[in-house]
Design a protein around this ligand. Structure first.
Ligand code: HEC
Ligand code: HEC
Length: 511
């Protein structure tokens, strides 16, 4: 890899120092690891009960997904970009799969040796596995999704042609639903923090150079639990280093970064939306989509040169359709649910079917009552800076500097986008409809799908199990007590009886 020197951030004074400390501590950890592993081997014999729990969770529930449907599983070829893209959508998808807008994150050699950084029993299991099995285990551990048209390849990364993997938008924006990859679904298994920590440690062992993500993780938490990311704050942090023409500058403002995780919305909702993001503060257009590639290494000219690509990427996103529910639907019950939905939910979420409406409504935070950290993490100044910059076409697209709440999203394909709410705090539609029943500390299965409650299967806990000692292990659990992760709010379904709630859930399956 080519990154022998740290990327040239316009650094605050302490930054170099922190990097030096970071590298030093990595080296110490690296030199200690063999001793720790020996200790773990001893510990292994004493904690087999805990190991079993972890094993069961890791493998996930068996995929018994053979629902009678012509739509499922999805055609593997649909994941391959076409050879000679002609339409904007085709070009947009080809860009996402083939063009690297960022420097590489890690080499193939690093990727295939990540299992060596695992603790027991997973490390020994990986060691004993065949190469193909081991790759599956690696993908599974970090929420990397197999590309069905090229199963060796992660859907969310592309090859730079020199043996390295480069992150793409699809790392977060394509996920698995009941074990099957779905383009545009949120990747609710992506373990970016844990992946990066293991990548950094592997690079120390393999004497490979660090990249922007390794350095980035020294400055910002990338995620506090597996399955969601601090992506909003990445955007804020990048934005600080730009003037209104996108030139890289030393930041002038120093407002606090309010770290928090969110679960991306499904991309197929974009066609209905007038504004971008959970709080709908930015009018929909292609330039804000460049935010994620605004690493200081990409200068203003480079970014502006990609404008046409991002028009096409937006066109691809807006061409996406939600996957239809592949299981059985109780039609009479769903019809009942439709009426109830139209009385109780449609004012905010719109109507579906023959007469489609979508109000693009922002609901005040006091009314919706869900976690407010995401809303508070962007200041009015930050939002207004976008408006005045190249991103906002120098004022042509006025932002909402203080949106005051969250957008009531469209619910198309809602069966496929668990966990719910902007922070992914609610595992199923049934839990969404029954606020009292929402789990406080829970762990998602990898491939399990709850066909009754509609969403992901989970285990819930009173406290972290003994096996979850390290920060890395704790990240496998969703803890609603962590700031930004509350599962409170959206009590609107409480006006319905239990039976009525089931009818609405049945109807939601049809959207
Ligand atoms: C690290 C994960 C991550 C990556 C990588 C990423 N996104 Fe996102 N994206 C998110 C999250 C999280 C949100 C929701 C942010 C919010 O609303 O505050 C989001 C929001 C969006 C939205 C708005 C959707 C809506 O309904 O409002 C679009 C469009 C989008 N991303 C496109 C892209 C494109 C294009 C790229 C690649 C250049 C990209 N994203 C890369 C995580 C990511
Ligand atoms: C007053 C407006 C309002 C009403 C009424 C309302 N909702 Fe919502 N709903 C919202 C908002 C706002 C959000 C987003 C909250 C967040 O993410 O923090 C939301 C989120 C959701 C989600 C999660 C979406 C996702 O992608 O995670 C579902 C599902 C949902 N609502 C279903 C319903 C149903 C069913 C009803 C009727 C029983 C209903 N809502 C009534 C405003 C409303």
């Amino acid at each position: 890899m080519k990154f022998d020197t740290p990327p040239k951030f316009p650094m605050i004074d302490t930054f170099r120092l922190r990097i030096a400390f970071g590298i030093l501590s990595l080296l110490i950890v690296a030199s200690l690891t063999p001793c720790l592993q020996a200790a773990e081997k001893v510990a292994k014999n004493t904690s087999s009960a805990e190991a079993k729990t972890s094993e069961r969770n890791e493998v996930g529930d068996p995929t018994e997904w053979n629902w009678d449907s012509p739509h499922w599983p999805l055609d593997p070829q649909a994941f391959a970009p076409v050879e000679n893209p002609q339409t904007p959508q085709e070009r947009g998808y080809a860009f996402l799969r083939k063009k690297d807008y960022l420097p590489p994150d890690f080499s193939e050699k690093v990727l295939s040796s990540l299992w060596k950084r695992w603790s027991e029993p997973e490390r020994s299991q990986a060691e004993a596995a065949t190469e193909a099995e081991r790759r599956k285990m690696i993908f599974s551990r970090y929420g990397l999704i197999h590309d069905p048209s090229q199963p060796e390849q992660p859907l969310g990364y592309l090859s730079d042609g020199k043996g390295n993997w480069v992150m793409s938008c699809l790392a977060c924006h394509s996920g698995k639903v009941a074990g099957k990859p779905v383009l545009g679904a949120p990747n609710s298994h992506y373990a970016l923090q844990t992946l990066t920590e293991d990548v950094t440690a592997s690079k120390v062992f393999l004497r490979e150079s660090f990249s922007h993500m390794d350095y980035g993780a020294l400055r910002l938490p990338l995620a506090q639990s597996d399955g969601a990311t601090n992506a909003v704050i990445f955007g804020v942090a990048f934005g600080r280093f730009r003037d209104k023409d996108l030139n890289v500058v030393t930041p002038t403002e120093n407002y606090p970064l309010l770290h928090h995780d969110v679960d991306p919305p499904p991309l197929w909702h974009l066609q209905k939306k007038s504004h971008l993001y959970f709080d709908g503060y930015l009018p929909k257009q292609h330039r804000p989509l460049l935010q994620f590639v605004m690493l200081p290494q990409n200068n203003a000219e480079t970014l502006k040169g990609w404008e046409e690509d991002f028009r096409d990427i937006q066109a691809w996103i807006e061409s996406l359709q939600p996957p239809p529910y592949p299981g059985k639907i109780d039609q009479p019950l769903a019809d009942k649910g439709k009426l109830l939905f139209e009385q109780t939910c449609a004012d905010c979420h719109g109507t579906y079917g023959e007469k489609e409406t979508y109000p693009n409504l922002i609901v005040p935070i006091e009314e919706v009552g869900t976690d407010r950290l995401r809303l508070d993490s962007l200041t009015a100044e930050h939002r207004s800076r976008y408006e005045a910059s190249w991103i906002g076409h120098y004022g042509k697209y006025p932002v909402r500097p203080s949106p005051g709440g969250y957008v009531a999203p469209p619910l198309d394909g809602i069966w496929a986008t668990a966990p719910y709410l902007h922070n992914g705090s609610v595992p199923t539609l049934w839990h969404l409809m029954n606020p009292e029943e929402r789990p406080q500390l829970w762990r998602r299965s990898e491939n399990g799908y709850d066909r009754e409650k509609i969403g992901i299967t989970l285990e819930s806990f009173q406290a972290y199990p003994d096996a979850a000692k390290t920060a890395k292990e704790k990240r496998r659990y969703f803890n609603t007590r962590i700031p930004g992760k509350s599962a409170a709010g959206h009590d609107f379904p409480e006006v319905l009886t239990t039976e009525e709630k089931w009818a609405v859930i049945e109807y939601l399956k049809t959207l």
